[in-house]
Design a protein around this ligand. Structure first.
Ligand code: NAP
Length: 216
């Protein structure tokens, strides 16, 4: 992965967005989210990190990591500020966000500032993640929500389960996230069109490799 060092924040370090998700498949909502976060949080670039074997999904049927990595690469191809990392998919064992964030936050001084971007529901479970207290110290979280998502629910759950999160979690509502990976998979299974829901090369990849034809 070639990362261009473009601009730096006030402390002279880079602001890196790390977009974590299963991406099965990646869709327009993810791309709009990453671009919105890039602009709002003045990120130098955003690295998409398809999850390897997510620890909470070991028994679920998800597409092969290589398929999800290639679809993500096709989707971000045209954006010079977007990159894709194999850091999680190259590991056979379950992968943890703490290791991914450590991977991106270490390096030359001054250390980059990491913004971890993912779904709000996933972030509400953070207190179950490996080394979550250290994770909260190491990075800022951008919790992304769909239209209709209850902000009250988010804040109440956060206060109840992990109040220390309130210092470094930002909630970002993305109208384009009305589309979801589940919705796309279901449409493919029902032979319905997914045109304009995901970039065309991803749509072609799904067709060519006959992904999502059967119900999970
Ligand atoms: P998920 O359960 O598949 O997704 C939860 C919700 O968030 C879904 O509605 C999903 O919509 C949405 N979402 C997921 N990633 C998103 C993104 N980058 N931008 C916008 N919406 C997103 O969650 P997951 O993908 O497995 O996990 C999310 C991230 O948390 C991954 O990077 C995973 O490795 C990490 N995680 C870490 C631990 C740990 O370290 N122990 C545990 C759990 C999760 P779509 O289906 O449309 O994407």
């Amino acid at each position: 992965m070639l990362l261009a060092a473009t601009k730096k924040n006030k402390t002279g370090s880079l602001n890196i967005g790390v977009m974590g998700g299963t991406f099965d498949p990646i869709h327009m909502g993810h791309l709009v989210t990453a671009e919105e976060a890039r602009q709002q949080f003045d990120l130098d670039y955003v690295v998409f990190v398809p999850a390897g074997v997510p620890p909470h999904k070991e028994k679920e049927a998800i597409s092969l990591p290589e398929h999800r990595y290639l679809m993500t690469s096709l989707a971000v191809m045209s954006n010079p500020s977007f990159f894709v990392s194999r850091v999680e998919i190259d590991q056979e064992a379950p992968t943890y966000t703490i290791d991914t964030v450590r991977h991106f936050s270490c390096g030359k001084e001054p250390q980059p500032e990491v913004f971890f971007i993912t779904g709000a529901d996933a972030i509400l479970e953070i207190f179950t993640w490996k080394d979550y207290e250290e994770l909260l110290r190491l990075c800022t979280f951008i919790a992304v929500s769909r239209p209709g998502y209850s902000l009250d629910h988010f804040h109440e759950t956060m206060e109840r389960t992990c109040p220390e999160m309130r210092h470094n979690v930002h909630l970002l509502e993305i109208p384009a996230l009305a589309v979801s990976s589940t919705f796309i998979r279901e449409r493919v299974t029902l032979s319905k069109t997914i045109k304009y829901l995901t970039p065309e090369p991803v749509e072609q990849y799904i067709k060519k490799h006959e992904l999502y034809l059967t119900d999970r």
